[in-house]
Ligand binder design. Structure first.
Ligand code: 5GP
Length: 205
């Protein structure tokens, strides 16, 4: 029996550095990252089909109607969504798939795919969170305020996740996530069928 890949969902409040952590994680590991669709405009240097699929609101809404998304959410005035078919195909092929998505989206994925691994990235402190959001420099004062407010509220959602990882340094956060994934791959409920049913399995040698 071929083993399915893991669905690893990484999320957390704005400014926790989850994007940077994910980039570093993918550099070191052979994971499959899902490319999301969004209605927001590309930032400088972002490439369509690489960073996101940049869609019009009309196209995005058609895709919602066609049930093309595993989840979607409106985040800071724009829609974001995870294309369903490519993610499920990659998991079936045994690839470990990473989704870097917001909290609303992660909770929707948890409803439809509870066997996923849900990891919440936390900032080392609220002060540091504020500095990181300001440090991005890509925000207007209004959008900064919106991001602060929702980041404070969003910390409470940590209790819905399987794991919490503090992003004190990117290397530490990546190491912790790698350990979580290693442990998840050894979980009996994930591998017992393979151990007990396989003719070539360890019990028959
Ligand atoms: P940004 O506009 O800075 O690239 O992303 C804004 C937020 O949207 C981030 O919290 C990011 O994790 C989230 N996001 C990116 N892609 C998706 C997605 O496919 N679904 C959901 N729900 N959130 C996403």
């Amino acid at each position: 029996m071929s083993r399915k890949g893991l669905l690893i969902v990484i999320s957390g409040p704005s400014g926790t550095g989850k994007g940077t952590v994910c980039k570093a994680l993918l550099k070191k590991n052979d994971f499959w990252i899902s490319t999301s669709a969004t209605t927001r405009s590309p930032r400088k240097g972002e490439v369509d089909g690489v960073n996101y699929y940049f869609l019009t609101e009309e196209t995005f809404k058609d895709k919602i109607k066609n049930k093309d998304f595993l989840e979607y959410a409106k985040v800071y005035e724009n829609y974001y969504g995870t294309p369903k078919s490519q993610v499920l195909k990659a998991i079936d092929e045994g690839k470990d798939v990473v989704l870097e998505i917001d909290i609303q989206g992660a909770l929707k994925v948890k409803e439809s795919y509870p066997e996923g691994v849900f990891i919440f990235i936390l900032p080392p402190s609220m002060k540091e969170l504020k500095n990181r959001i300001i440090g991005r420099g890509s925000e207007t004062p209004e959008s900064l305020n919106l991001r602060f407010k929702s980041a404070y509220k969003e910390i409470n959602y940590v209790s819905k996740y399987n794991y919490a990882v503090i992003n004190d340094t990117v290397d530490n956060a990546v190491e912790n996530i790698e350990s979580i994934i290693t442990a998840e791959k050894c979980r009996v409920d994930r591998i017992k069928d393979e151990i007990l049913n396989s003719k070539e399995g360890i019990l028959y040698e």
